[in-house]
Design a protein. Structure first.
Length: 280
């Protein structure tokens, strides 16, 4: 399967998920962060919490320009813009997501501060040194050529610009063998360990500055998503039908129903080196 076909396939996957994401977690189209089994935070608010965890690792300042690579339906980008004052450009391979995200901007009065467009992060339509920061929340799992994508991120970052990513990570058994795999329906291209992400970033020319392994608070509590699906079962069924809802719930069982320690979740922050002789 070539890169073009892969991008098209991933785009179609997210085209089909857009309406569910809007209803299910108000557009926070990624996993959520809970502090433990006793944490009663809603799935929507816990999703926003994870967005904030990623953004905090970037240290965004008002007026800086952030690229949201794999922006989904735009809810994380809107949260970033509102809470930091940064400008945000989002890009997604889903035409449906891009349209929904752009509509969100107009409805919330953020035109001029936030914008979204259809595009592929393997060939970013931006000039060198355009952005102060890049975030990629659970989007790099779909990168068919991860080293190339990371070099693209480095290219569009100004010297000293920051990158933050978050992804499920591979846990290993006593002999180094992986003990969990992403379910096939998620169309993941790779599942790296935390150290694997650090190595990939360093190989692409980034300086890794921080990384956090928070698997027990994210993947380990992932069955909360099944609870969420049960909570709004009637709304989901009315909107999408019994078959779709059954498939959604089975996907959560497949993803999170095994050993909660079988997979981790990492947030990694890195920096493009400053130019030689720069005063910063």
């Amino acid at each position: 399967m070539n890169d073009q076909a892969t991008a098209q396939q991933i785009g179609e996957l997210y085209d089909s998920m857009t309406s569910i994401a809007e209803l299910f977690n108000d557009g926070q189209e990624h996993l959520a962060y809970w502090y433990g089994p006793e944490d009663g935070t809603s799935a929507v608010a816990a999703g926003e919490r994870l967005t904030r965890k990623v953004v905090e690792s970037l240290g965004l300042r008002r007026g800086e320009h952030l690229l949201d690579a794999g922006c989904g339906v735009g809810a994380p980008a809107v949260l970033v813009a509102r809470e930091t004052g940064a400008r945000v450009t989002g890009i997604t391979v889903s035409r449906v997501e891009a349209a929904v995200a752009e509509r969100r901007v107009h409805e919330l009065g953020l035109v001029g501060q936030v914008r979204f467009q259809y595009g592929d992060y393997t060939t970013l339509p931006f000039a060198d040194n355009t952005f102060d920061a890049v975030m990629a929340i659970e989007s790099l799992t779909h990168a068919a050529d991860l080293p190339h994508v990371l070099r693209e991120f480095r290219r569009v970052l100004r010297p000293g610009g920051r990158l933050a990513l978050s992804e499920c990570t591979r846990a290993v058994g006593p002999n180094g063998e992986p003990i969990a795999h992403m379910p096939e329906q998620f169309q993941s291209m790779q599942l790296l360990s935390t150290n694997g992400w650090v190595d990939a970033l360093e190989s692409a020319g980034f300086d890794v500055e921080e990384y956090t392994q928070c698997g027990p608070r994210v993947y380990g509590l992932g069955l909360r998503y099944l609870d969420r699906a049960n909570e709004i079962h009637d709304e989901l069924t009315a909107a999408f039908g019994d078959e779709v809802v059954a498939g959604l719930k089975q996907g959560y069982r497949d993803m999170f129903g095994g050993d909660p320690k079988a997979m981790g979740y990492a947030i990694v922050a890195a920096r493009k080196p400053y130019a030689a002789g720069s005063s910063r």
